[in-house]
Design a protein around this ligand. Structure first.
Ligand SMILES: [Zn+2]
Length: 288
């Protein structure tokens, strides 16, 4: 799933390509694509796209009256669409704009297409009054931005809950923008066990995690900004994520895994758990 750096860099590319274009139509291809009934998408027709922003893992297409909040989920993408076919493959919804003349005299009718591949059709669009967008569903439940949260604020959030740090980092209501890859990377960078309990971490550890989040996000965002389009997961860099059985780039110890349905926790015993190898059902087959 795209995390904060992928979504942020993509939003910046979309602003560069579509900023200022006048919306003429929003077309949902699936009944489930538009999650809201009021206000209607029509409220944005005739208005220029102010910019494409981001909150957590959501993309925000801002028009003056309303903002379209888009969640890409696992396999969703927002793509420049110049084919304009009636039934685009995997198409969930399309934003159509007034044609504009390019410098070379040709006409640009490129639309913005939300697609979702795979069987889980969960990507969606919420149409929200722009003045309320940060305080209305679906953004109202999000915690502070993972890249902006301050140590004192994070320490309070740690203290308020007794959960494992890996789960805490992936919980968008705690901090927004981190998913499975960055949760693994942040714990490794901070040299803490992914299974450490947040309530016991304290202020110093919150400061370490803040530094780790900022460093991991900055690194990924730097990579992502060099790309022409959003990376697929296999192109994203990692120190431990999806590197079960490989040597830790910091200390050379073997990276271990604990598997859950839907995701894998990767960690380095020497860097993170005082050398302790946690109960696991996958590494054995890599280490025989
Ligand atoms: Zn290590």
């Amino acid at each position: 799933m795209p995390e904060m750096p992928e979504v942020q860099a993509h939003a910046e590319r979309l602003t560069a390509q579509f900023g200022g274009r006048i919306l003429t139509r929003f077309t949902p291809f699936k009944f489930t694509a538009l999650k809201t009934a009021v206000p209607p998408p029509d409220d944005a027709y005739g208005h220029p796209l102010v910019d494409v922003g981001r909150r957590g893992k959501y993309v925000l297409l801002r028009f003056e009256p309303v903002t379209f909040v888009v969640h890409l989920m696992q396999g969703g993408r927002l793509l420049a669409d110049s084919k304009l076919s009636k039934k685009p493959r995997g198409g969930q919804a399309r934003f159509s704009f007034e044609p504009v003349e390019r410098d070379d005299g040709t006409i640009d009718e490129t639309a913005l297409l939300l697609t979702e591949q795979g069987t889980e059709r969960r990507a969606g669009v919420w149409c929200v009054p722009t003045v309320d967008v940060l305080t209305a569903a679906p953004l109202d439940k999000l915690g502070p931005e993972a890249g902006d949260v301050e140590p004192d604020e994070l320490a309070v959030l740690f203290e308020a809950d007794s959960v494992r740090i890996h789960g805490f980092l992936r919980d968008q209501r705690k901090v927004a923008g981190i998913g499975r890859r960055l949760a693994n990377e942040v714990c490794h960078r901070a040299r803490i066990s992914p299974f450490a309990t947040t309530k016991k971490l304290g202020r110093d550890c919150a400061a370490t995690v803040v530094d780790a989040m900022r460093a991991c996000i900055a690194e990924s965002l730097g990579d992502e900004r060099l790309r022409d389009d959003m990376s697929s997961s296999k192109h994203r860099q990692s120190a431990v994520h999806k590197r079960t059985g490989e040597p830790c780039p910091v200390c050379g110890d073997t990276i271990r895994a604990v598997e859950y349905s839907g995701y894998t926790v990767n960690y380095c015993p020497t860097c993170q758990t005082g050398g302790r190898v946690l109960a696991d059902n996958t590494t054995s087959r890599f280490l025989k």
